[in-house]
Ligand binder design. Structure first.
Ligand code: PMV
Length: 315
């Protein structure tokens, strides 16, 4: 049995985070500059069904049987075995690594899970189809996120731009003109489960206000899809700014995100907003392609811990 490796990209949400949890449409795109990778290596010296996990970045080096049931990595492996209908299998070592920052809104948890399911199922002789990988990853996302909408697992599994509505079948869409995004990391980890939980409490306390905010986000996402499909990219910038104002009103921005967003706008970005759960993590800015490098430098000067330049819709 040869070693098998699989990888999955990071992602950013362009429009509609948080509102998407309440059935409102959102748009997300893969970010291939960062990746999670899983390698499965046969371990013939060990008894059948034994699995060793090596994930040095999270200081994990353990037999899977010693991990708690709700550990995201062991859950991903268990769900894969269940989906394959295997009660036993040859012993293997699973190595997991990732260049996607954790708890930063870039889909690190989903990407690690997708890579594991692909690598393990291929190693065991039957690569699971994307639809199943997506469903299983959604199950694991519940450990990370509590009540995930499903947008992260969907965009990471299919590695294509998606127009996502919770509990509806996946909708990809055409990007007429590629466009450049600069991603700026505040360097502040912000677990999505916390911000999602806080928005839920605020929605329960002020349902009318929050329902209006969510609807307004949906309106922005619908207009953004149209603009992307028509290739009217300049019109996307103001839509990002509009979405940021709504997220700010929801209470999920923070001073560090605001600083980077303001710096991006002052440097000539066409629009900028936080991306993902907020209160830390990453922001995104839309730029003319030739300005992307310069904007990345300016974001670093304004305090970004890291920047990534990505082109949406590039073949
Ligand atoms: O994983 P993050 O931080 O990109 O957040 C996902 C987007 C949310 O809308 C905040 C949560 C969800 O499940 O859709």
């Amino acid at each position: 049995m040869p070693a098998i490796s699989a990888s999955a990209p990071g992602k950013v949400i362009l429009f509609g985070e948080h509102a998407v949890v309440y059935g409102i449409p959102a748009i997300a795109v893969p970010v291939t500059q960062v990746q999670a990778k899983a390698i499965v290596i046969p371990n013939p010296g060990q008894p059948g069904a034994s699995v060793e996990i090596h994930a040095p970045e999270i200081s994990l080096d353990s037999p899977i049987k010693d991990l708690p049931f709700e550990h995201a990595i062991s859950r991903a492996v268990d769900l894969t075995l269940e989906a394959l209908g295997l009660s036993t299998h040859p012993a293997f070592i699973l190595k997991v690594s990732s260049t996607i920052p954790v708890a930063a809104g870039l889909g690190s948890g989903a990407a690690v899970t997708v890579a594991i399911i692909r690598a393990v199922s291929t190693f065991l002789g039957k690569t699971l189809p994307d639809e199943t990988i997506n469903d299983l990853t959604f199950e694991v996302e519940k450990i990370h996120h509590g009540t995930p909408s499903g947008i992260d697992n969907t965009v990471v599994t299919y590695a294509r731009p998606v127009y996502f509505i919770k509990d509806q079948s996946i909708e990809t869409f055409a990007v007429k003109e590629p466009f450049s995004i600069v991603i700026g990391d505040t360097g502040i980890p912000s677990p999505t489960a916390v911000t999602v939980g806080d928005v839920r409490k605020a929605w329960q306390a002020h349902p009318d206000k929050y329902n209006l905010l969510f609807e307004a986000c949906g309106d922005v996402a619908r207009r953004a899809r149209h603009v992307i499909e028509e290739g009217e990219i300049k019109e996307l910038g103001p839509l990002m700014d509009e979405n940021q104002a709504l997220l700010d009103e929801m209470g999920v921005s923070c001073s560090e995100l605001d600083t980077l967003i303001t710096a991006a706008r002052e440097a000539g970005a066409l629009g900028a907003k936080l991306s993902g759960g907020g209160r830390g993590g990453n922001m995104i800015a839309l730029v003319q392609p030739e300005q992307a490098g310069e904007l990345a430098v300016k974001l670093k000067k304004a305090g970004a811990a890291n920047t990534i330049i990505t082109v949406v819709g590039k073949q």
